[in-house]
Design a protein around this ligand. Structure first.
Ligand code: ASP
Length: 584
């Protein structure tokens, strides 16, 4: 038996008990005639005590030679400490050691295994197994486990069944690039790793499973923005014989359950916002509604004067920054530079101070008098003491820019509180999205999403206006889940592929199996998937998902610990019938 207790377990009530512990040496304090060792494992830290009088000489000497992160086993007796440490649960006791075995020595770790480490991100990732010994990472992984356990509990209690679907499949249409795997047995042919189990979960509905879920890895070969991973985890779900309302209620229930069990937070019924309203009021389909600062569209009140910039703009839109009138001229100039950064891309920003005495002072006083500016204040909901920031230009662009500014200002003003939770559904997404590059419509969600009833005809005349039975679950400015009611008949699905520019042959080659299945009694069905990594990070009050992933990849998609991806040798290439054609 390696241990009778763990390092977080012993209390004053164990005094005089003979115990055996095993773990890592967190630190040694050698006072010559007495030695203290902090012994650590996943459960906590226990102080070990050795002294000249009570400890065997050899044992004491061994203790004096212990290095950080040595793996040891000790036997001894629990005793109350002379000076207690109220900061740790085992702080009342220590173990008077009688036997000490070094189970394994350790090289000096490249960074300190402390909550606040001296190791930078790169080095911590290279030695991630050491990083995982640190409380912040360890606790994040434990936290993630709690979340997944609650997910499994809730869904299992609601009659969902977890079914595994294959990883070696064929392209799935989530709009990203596939990771592919060459097949040795089928020369020149490749599997694609799933971007999601989308088609399989629909086939499970045809198979009569009725309610499916899976906590599953998905793979998307995308350019990695700061906080994305090429492999990530979804809570993937699908239900048969349901309408949109059933889905929203079920997964609102799951989210509420998680907020309650994990965060101890009770949330009211989730608001529902039309996609069009989200874009109009927040410039964004995943609005953070923990704070106000809604957009006010100013075309009507700002386009009748001689200010060409506004007159020529498709949209003039502003927000009121609470207390922003206190900003100095220099601070406002900095804000203007901020919106002009290439990442945001605004051409400029007009502003208007709302003074405490009710008067206004704007950067365009030449064109607008006090009455005009009062209307700006009315439309943006500004109050005395606020600053109105106004952007103008092409509708889609200007909304994105103002949305970025809104989020930035809220961050600076401390309005994005990590322990406040504001979930909502965004519903009625457009079915299609115009893609500038390919000059074609693409499915905004994916091609299996059904249009709103009665709108299919619109596809011919005004495709961009067709709304879908698609919804996103948004939490604190992040999309944490999204899904749709699916098409479940072959004709509509074929029509959809046709509108999306697939030839009949292409559609058949890629998704023939699904269309075939639809001919054998496909029930009405729909579902959604949560992004688990992000969900866990938000529930944990963090913005970054990396700490919640045991072995994450870096921004270049590399695992720096195992050094992957890596070349394969010629023999393996030959076996796979592959020849490299490298650019460099
Ligand atoms: N497969 C979709 C996704 O990964 C989710 C869904 O429609 O259920 O976004």
């Amino acid at each position: 038996m390696y241990r009778s207790h763990n390092c977080g377990e012993l209390r004053a009530s164990h005094t005089n008990t003979e115990i055996t512990l095993a773990g890592w040496v967190q630190g040694v304090r050698d006072k010559g005639f007495m030695v203290y060792v902090d012994l650590r494992d996943r459960y906590g830290i226990t102080q070990l005590y050795f002294d000249e009088e009570q400890t065997d000489k050899k044992v004491l000497e061994t203790a004096q030679k212990l290095g950080r992160e040595f793996v040891i086993q000790v036997k001894g007796k629990v005793q109350e400490r002379a000076s207690k440490n109220p900061n740790i649960p085992t702080g009342d006791i220590e173990v008077l050691v009688s036997d000490l075995t070094i189970l394994n020595k350790a090289k000096l770790p490249p960074f300190t295994i402390e909550d606040k480490t001296d190791g930078g991100e790169d080095i911590r990732m290279k030695y991630r197994y050491l990083d995982i010994r640190r409380n912040p990472v360890k606790n994040s992984l434990i936290f993630r486990h709690k979340v997944t356990q609650e997910v499994r509990n809730y869904l299992s209690n609601a009659s969902f069944i977890e079914v595994e679907t294959p990883y070696l499949i064929k392209s799935t249409p989530e709009g990203a690039r596939d990771f592919v795997v060459p097949s040795r047995m089928n020369e020149g042919q490749f599997y694609a790793l799933p971007q999601s189990p989308q088609t399989f979960k629909q086939l499970l509905m045809v198979g009569g499973m009725d309610k499916y879920f899976q906590i599953v890895k998905c793979f998307r070969d995308e350019d990695l923005r700061a906080d994305r991973q090429p492999e990530f985890t979804q809570i993937d779900c699908e239900m048969a014989f349901i309408e949109q309302e059933d889905i929203l209620n079920t997964f609102e229930g799951l989210t509420r359950h998680l907020l309650k069990e994990i965060n101890g937070v009770e949330v009211d019924k989730f608001p529902r916002m039309l996609y069009d309203d989200a874009m109009r009021l927040y410039g964004n389909d995943k609005p953070d509604i923990r704070f106000g600062m809604q957009f006010g569209e100013l075309n009507q009140v700002a386009q009748h004067k001689d200010f060409g910039v506004f007159n020529n703009a498709e949209l003039v839109v502003g927000i009121a920054v609470p207390g922003g009138n206190s900003y100095t001229r220099k601070e406002i100039d900095k804000l203007i530079s901020w919106v002009k950064r290439p990442q945001v891309g605004a051409l400029g920003m007009v502003y208007c101070r709302y003074n405490d005495d009710g008067s206004f002072k704007s950067s365009v006083d030449k064109f607008y008098d006090q009455d005009d500016l009062a209307k700006w204040a009315e439309v943006t909901g500004a109050k005395p003491g606020d600053l109105i920031c106004v952007l103008s230009g092409d509708t889609n662009k200007v909304r994105a820019q103002l949305s970025a500014l809104r989020m930035e200002l809220a961050e600076r003003l401390g309005l994005r509180k990590p322990n406040e939770f504001a979930p909502l559904w965004v519903i009625d997404f457009p079915l299609l999205e115009w893609d500038e590059d390919t000059e074609r419509y693409h499915a905004m969600h994916h091609p299996f999403t059904s249009p709103k009833p009665g709108q299919i005809e619109l596809l011919k005349t005004d495709p961009g206006a067709v709304k879908a039975n698609a919804y996103d679950l948004v939490l604190n400015g992040n999309e944490i889940g999204g899904g749709s009611i699916r098409i479940h008949d072959k004709e509509t699905q074929a029509l959809m592929f046709d509108y999306l520019g697939f030839t009949e042959d292409e559609a058949k080659a890629q998704f023939g199996f699904l269309m075939d299945a639809f001919q054998y009694g496909a029930p009405p069905h729909g579902g959604l998937a949560f992004g688990l990594d992000r969900l866990v990070a938000i529930l944990g009050g963090q913005e970054t998902i990396r700490d919640y992933i045991a072995f994450p990849k870096n921004n270049a998609g590399r695992d720096v610990m195992i050094d992957a991806p890596a070349p394969i040798d010629d023999e393996q290439l030959t076996e796979l019938s592959l020849k490299l054609n490298l650019k460099s």
